[in-house]
Design a protein around this ligand. Structure first.
Ligand code: FDA
Length: 426
């Protein structure tokens, strides 16, 4: 990695959040080129991505799975509806605009949205180091305005870093993943290794769990597919119009300035827009399938509700599983060919990469990072370089933080902040 002076920013991770940032930077630079002779106002950025190529949750790109947000909440439209990087431009480029209108839904499949994201990512291929992992971010001795981003292929010196490392899969305590015990994030990466199973078990009751049950039941026509979860039944995702406003760009302002207690209240009231909930159409479709099996007398799909898996241990080419009823404590011992834990994710901890810099980051009374409205981590005076976070900001910026809803606007705000701070230090 050779460098001609410090960069203005290094983006860590190149998922949708930093891809949206790349778009915002390109549009900022284009505007500078058009209106401003001062080319030093252009931002020089580089992105580092550990995957070998662009990929958005490839392990869960199930056929027919649809987006949970409108296509208008793409990488750019809410910030710049006239952008050449929007979903409509992608459709136009692929000669599918009219067909999409006739499709009659604001929710494309995840496969199509992935194709859109790849189409945009290809245009920034020269700005990204793929197959490269960031292992840390270091202060630069004697230069408080600079940071060194340490990667598996060298160092990048920069004035700002934007951490957008996404979500980390969560497994229940004690679960040891293996050949036949996986998190749902690996479903499509590994499913080809499973041939003609007799029984597969899916743990969890959220969207990914329901999608996995649906997929496995369709794919393995002879297999028993058993869903195990704590709830009585799947709960529907609240996608109604008033509740959806919690993802509006304006909601970020309101949430940011709300008292801590009101923040907690909002997160609690509206958790069912995102967490442990399932698209109502998928719930209906699973129930119908279950019912039709009852009618036919050949039941493959079973729901072990109000239950938990207490044990899942690899045993040769099987998994020994114990399921306990939370109602009466009875235990059932089972053998399965595969156990898929669709037990969710948590935002990656930005401090994991910050090393000694983490000690200069301010924290609130609950020990969480203090993050300013412009997504910059509040730091003590010894650090003047910018450390920005996309994703792990739910406690400060609200429910849209880990989602796509606000990435277009958020990226613009980060670019504005970086440009304004650069101006202030000139
Ligand atoms: P994302 O996780 O997408 O990207 C982070 C990137 O950083 C990854 O490419 C990773 O490889 C890279 N990375 C991590 N650490 C690194 C390191 N140290 N060095 C280099 N690279 C590193 N939301 C929504 O609004 N609508 C939806 O329909 C869906 N659907 C959906 C389906 C599934 C299956 C999941 C799991 C999640 C969703 N989501 C969603 C939520 C999801 O968080 C969101 O869609 C985006 O993935 C957020 O984009 P990010 O770029 O922030 O993270």
């Amino acid at each position: 990695m050779t460098q001609d002076g410090p960069l203005d920013l290094v983006g860590v991770g190149f998922g949708p959040s930093n891809l949206a940032l790349a778009v915002a930077i390109a549009e900022h630079n284009a505007a500078v080129a058009e209106h401003d002779a001062n080319t030093s106002a252009r931002l020089r950025a580089r992105f580092v991505e550990r995957q070998a190529e662009f990929g958005w949750h490839r392990g869960m790109l199930l056929e027919d799975a649809t987006m949970q947000v409108s296509f208008l909440k793409d990488l750019v439209t809410l910030r710049n509806p006239a952008s050449e990087y929007g979903f409509l431009s992608y459709l136009h480029d692929h000669d599918r605009l009219v067909d999409f209108i006739n499709y009659g839904s604001a929710f494309p499949t995840r496969l199509e949205f992935h194709d859109y994201l790849e189409w945009v990512a290809r245009r920034f291929a020269g700005d990204v180091d793929y197959g490269t992992e960031v292992t840390g971010v270091d202060p630069v001795p004697g230069a408080p305005d600079l940071l060194d981003v340490v990667t598996t292929r060298g160092r990048l010196r920069t004035r700002n870093v934007v951490l957008a490392t996404g979500l980390t899969p969560q497994l229940p305590d004690g679960v040891v993943p293996g050949e036949r015990i996986w998190h749902s994030r690996d479903l499509l990466h590994r499913i080809d290794r499973i041939v003609d199973p007799e029984r597969v078990i899916v743990v969890g009751a959220g969207q990914s769990a329901a999608e996995a049950v649906e997929h496995l039941h369709r794919r393995f026509e002879r297999a028993q597919v058993w869903a195990v979860f704590h709830r009585y039944g799947y709960s529907p995702a609240d996608d109604t119009s008033f509740a959806n406003r919690v993802f509006d760009p304006a909601a970020v302002d309101e949430f940011f300035t709300a008292p801590a207690e009101v923040k907690r209240m909002i997160l609690g009231y509206h958790a069912n827009t995102n967490y442990s909930v399932v698209d109502p159409e998928l719930i209906e479709s699973l129930y119908r399938r279950h019912y039709h099996e009852k009618v036919s007398g050949r039941e493959r799909l079973r729901f072990l509700n109000v239950s938990r898996v207490t044990e899942a241990v690899a045993a040769g080419d099987h998994v020994k599983v114990a399921v306990e009823s939370l109602l009466d404590g009875t235990r059932e011992a089972l053998t399965a060919d595969l156990v898929v834990y669709a037990t969710g994710y948590r935002p990656s901890d930005p401090c994991a990469l910050l090393g000694e810099l983490a000690g200069s980051c301010r924290r609130d009374e609950a020990g969480r990072l203090v993050i300013d409205r412009d997504y910059r981590v509040a730091t003590n005076p010894e650090v003047r370089a910018g450390i920005y976070v996309q994703g792990a900001t739910e406690h400060t910026h609200g429910l849209s933080s880990t989602l796509l809803s606000n990435i277009a606007v958020r990226s613009g705000e980060i670019v504005e902040s970086i440009v304004a701070r650069a101006g202030a230090t000139v």
